[in-house]
Design a binder for this molecule. Structure first.
Ligand code: ZN
Length: 384
């Protein structure tokens, strides 16, 4: 039996992308694997660690400049400012093009543990992320801004054209009216841009989240499963089993996207991702995965297999929830069936992450070996 408390000590320190702590966590996890004689390898990719800080600052700067252009009657100049403002961040998140997120790029590593029988017929991937993040607002509070993203995009585009209108009507009776309506429209734009921008960019200056629940516990569970597979306590049948510990999840799932992109798929494959594990409430699974630009349903067969395995081990069902924005989405986007499971906190539900409320005290240690059993049951029953 492995020492889950020791693992959680490694996995309950703030380890934001691009930090020394993130590298030290990777090294500690690899040391742990080596000490337990579990073969593993790494996959290197180019990480943009300051992804959301860059987008936050871009939103603040571009929208502030747009407001100044309206107040100062710069005319048509508002159009390119609005266009660049809209492209920066949107291309980065939706299309993975690092238009404004490139500063500070560096090589980073996912950890892969693979178990391959002689004649595998299918592949199952279990994954979790070992990076963490701290933000100004929690998941529920930031919904205020996410729900108004469309409005913000629309307002930016409208004010882009407003400068042309101002220029066109400058010498007419309507000139003053158009000017003051433009000024009035910059008020909600600035409130949204500064609110959301500060939320995205201030995290590293705040008291940090330990990332124990999001997503240390899930990594500990994967390592528990790895130990059982490596010591043949779980028999290998016709499935290749890959355990993936990703980094870069908190910066737009960069690690899992790079992994999915980097490899070929010779066998039918499916992925089970884990988020916010080992809390004191029910197991859950998310019915949808993705972001503002793209949301996919998770795989129904995998969901049913999760529900069945949870029921068999705990006697209780797993509750549907959603949507989530997780590494599971990277597989869905590549056409590989996936789902993501998690747990609820009886008091906080699915809130209180990316903040100091995510700490070791919130992890129920007994849930870690219990979840290893759930995965083992899932593995013995899933066929796709
Ligand atoms: Zn997470």
């Amino acid at each position: 039996m492995i020492d889950f408390h020791e693992l959680m000590t490694i996995l309950s320190v703030p380890r934001p992308n691009g930090s020394v702590a993130e590298i030290m966590t990777e090294n500690s996890l690899r040391d742990w694997l080596t000490r337990h004689s579990i073969p593993h390898r790494t996959q290197t990719f180019l990480l943009y660690p300051f992804f959301f800080e860059c987008i936050g600052l871009w939103i603040i700067l571009s929208r502030s400049l747009l407001a100044v252009a309206i107040w100062s009657r710069w005319g048509w100049v508002t159009l390119p400012i609005a266009l660049l403002g809209l492209l920066g961040g949107t291309l980065d998140v939706a299309l993975n093009m690092p238009l404004v997120t490139w500063p500070g790029a560096r090589r980073r590593e996912n950890i892969l543990i693979e178990f391959e029988p002689n004649h595998p017929q299918q592949e199952i991937i279990f994954c979790a992320h070992y990076d963490s993040k701290t933000e100004l607002l929690d998941h529920r509070q930031r919904m205020f801004f996410l729900k108004r993203l469309n409005f913000g995009f629309g307002l930016t585009a409208l004010l882009g054209f407003w400068g042309l209108l101002q220029q066109w009507l400058a010498n007419s009776f309507w000139g003053a009216v158009i000017f003051w309506i433009g000024v009035a429209l910059t008020v909600p734009l600035l409130l949204l841009a500064w609110g959301f921008g500060l939320h995205l960019s201030l995290g590293r200056l705040l008291k940090p989240s330990q990332g124990a629940v999001d997503n240390g516990a899930a990594c500990a569970i994967l390592l528990g499963l790895a130990e059982r597979l490596a010591t043949s306590q779980i028999p290998l049948t016709d499935k290749k089993i890959t355990l993936a510990l990703f980094t870069g999840e908190e910066v737009n799932m960069q690690g899992s996207r790079a992994y999915v992109r980097s490899r070929t798929w010779s066998l039918p494959a499916a992925a089970l991702n884990m988020e916010i594990m080992a809390q004191d409430g029910d197991f859950i699974y998310w019915q949808e995965d993705g972001n503002f630009f793209h949301l996919s349903p998770t795989n129904e067969r995998l969901n049913q297999a999760v529900v069945a395995a949870v029921k068999q081990v705990t006697g209780c069902g797993a509750q549907p929830a959603g949507p989530v924005n997780s590494d599971g989405g990277s597989f869905l986007r590549a056409g590989i069936p996936s789902t993501t499971m998690g747990t609820l906190d009886t008091r906080l539900g699915v809130t209180g992450f990316h903040q100091p409320t995510d700490n070791l005290a919130r992890v129920v240690l007994e849930r870690l070996p219990q979840t290893v059993k759930v995965l083992e049951t899932f593995l013995s029953q899933i066929h796709f």
